[in-house]
Ligand binder design. Sequence first.
Ligand code: DC
Length: 222
Amino acid sequence: MIQIAIDGPSGAGKSTLAKILAAKLGFIYVDTGALYRSIGLYMETNGIDPKDSEAVVASLPKITLALEYHEGSQVVLLNGENVGERIRTPQISMYASAVSAIPAVRAFLLDTQRDIAAKNNVIMDGRDIGTVILPNADVKIFLVSSFETRARRRVKELLEKGIEASYEEVLADMIERDKNDSSRAVAPLVPAEDAVHLDNSELTLEGTVDAALAIIREKCAL
Ligand code: DC
């Protein structure tokens, strides 16, 4: 099986890039952020403070998460129910970031991520794919972009989904989430030593895809 890891901060365009690459290469796209978001959704629905690690850990045995693919798109089932777009709100972004700092939550999601990569050719995006989840991935890309570019893109993405958000709010959330994600003790957002850095601040989507394909083709015969 071939494993391609794409890590980087929120809003760098990982999921857009990974989806296009997966379609071009015929791989499965695994959005690991959706798993953390689904845990966040469970906490919000059940009135659990995502920063209260004891309460979050105590609720994990009540959670079953499953990944399915419907017409090529990933679907996350939280206790049997499709989470859909409910995991995409700014509130759930903060919940996901908070629960993702809890080591037991990361351990809880480890097998789900590794199992899918063991059975399929995957392009998996997240924060710790190249460092923790798939340390032997065939290709590791660390995708970065300026804060301004990332915030602008995220506002557009939210608007397209019918979610109102101001640029200032999104930018502030992004700075805070980056700080949380990079400074946490377990699996912080850091590039793997053997990751290839790709900065797309000045690139079009097409240019980013071409650059990523060049990196992939250099590392494996595809
Ligand atoms: O990629 P995203 O914005 O959907 O991720 C939501 C949150 O989940 C993000 O704040 C960090 C966390 N996350 C993580 O810690 N590790 C991953 N592999 C993916 C996401």
